[in-house]
Design a protein around this ligand. Structure first.
Ligand SMILES: NC(=O)c1ccc[n+]([C@@H]2O[C@H](COP(=O)([O-])OP(=O)(O)OC[C@H]3O[C@@H](n4cnc5c(N)ncnc54)[C@H](OP(=O)(O)O)[C@@H]3O)[C@@H](O)[C@H]2O)c1
Length: 276
């Protein structure tokens, strides 16, 4: 229980069930302070990406925290314009350098760039074999992308990080991934804080004397979904993980499940402008 609570990936690696996302945390002071404060609060899992242009600050904050590297789970991702076999290896080396690390815990293919994602993933397999990533996986993969990948893959992806929140529950991807022993990570887990006033969330917040954000994160936690809410503010970081002193009943989980509206805040992977 608590922030040390982990889930086990398909290769036996443990991943803290809740992490800090840092998309849109500005490079430099903002991301640095966000990671420092999260680590002080007990977070041990940070989710960044080459795209976020803030890996330097993440790495510096981890280094300055004095917490042993092996106690912190770090994820980064290869961006779309870095994909391809050799290109990905070079991109990974740049990420490690910016992070000031000699390995990451999880390296992800950020989006399934058509015509490229398989060779990109093959570069991740090499990186994994060389023990420079403790686990590898994908992000924004629909079942058809995973089917194509699984035909070629020698290492089953450990996770699929997808947009997932009460109004976009992604049941078809969750079922596919469960069958293949791929854990789901939720991005935009709070729905980017855009519908905390939804009547169901308000009702449950009142009932449990919690915030809507906490109801959502507790639901993800109880559903076995890894979640990475982003906040650069310490008070919200604290609030987002203060979810271990209550449990949602089955009936209330069903109420959240009934909020599913197939409503996306980001792009559909099949409609994304990959520029290729
Ligand atoms: N793989 C992908 O393609 C992909 C795409 C998007 C995101 N991600 C990852 O997923 C992480 C989370 O997603 P996200 O950042 O898009 O959305 P999110 O975590 O759902 O929401 C973040 C927003 O909510 C605000 N917020 C956080 N906690 C709050 C609280 N307790 N009360 C009120 N407002 C709160 C934050 O503002 P403040 O920071 O100002 O508090 C920020 O504006 C990202 O940071 C990134 O690591 C991955």
């Amino acid at each position: 229980m608590g922030l040390t609570s982990t889930l086990t990936l398909n290769n036996g690696t443990k991943i803290p069930a809740i992490g800090l996302g840092v998309y849109k945390a500005e490079a430099g002071e903002e991301v640095y302070q966000a990671v420092r404060s999260a680590l002080e609060l007990g977070y041990r899992h940070i989710d960044t990406a080459s795209l976020y242009a803030n890996e330097e600050g993440v790495g510096q904050a981890i280094k300055d925290s004095g917490i042993p590297r092996d106690e912190i789970f770090v994820t980064t991702k290869v961006w779309n314009d870095e994909q391809g076999f050799q290109e990905t290896k070079a991109a990974f080396a740049r990420s490690l350098e910016r992070l000031q690390m000699d390995y990451v815990d999880l390296y992800l293919v950020h989006w399934p760039v058509p015509g490229k994602f398989i060779e990109t993933y093959q570069a991740l397999e090499d990186i994994y074999r060389e023990d420079q990533a403790k686990a590898i996986g994908v992000s924004n993969f629909e079942p058809h992308h995973l089917e194509a990948l699984l035909k070629e893959a020698r290492v089953i992806p450990a996770v699929n990080q997808i947009e997932l929140h009460p109004q976009l529950q992604q049941q078809h991807i969750r079922e596919f991934c469960a069958k293949h022993d791929i854990l789901i990570e939720a991005w935009a887990p709070l729905g980017k804080a855009q519908y905390f006033d939804h009547p169901t969330l308000q009702e449950l917040a009142n009932k449990y004397q919690k915030k809507p954000s906490q109801i959502i994160i507790r639901w993800q936690y109880q559903s076995g979904i890894i979640t990475i809410p982003k906040s650069v503010r310490k008070a919200r970081q604290q609030e987002n993980v203060d979810i271990f002193d209550f449990a949602l009943s089955k009936e209330d989980i069903a109420k959240i499940e009934a909020m599913d509206a197939n409503q996306r805040l980001g792009q559909h992977p099949d409609e994304f402008d990959y520029g290729v």
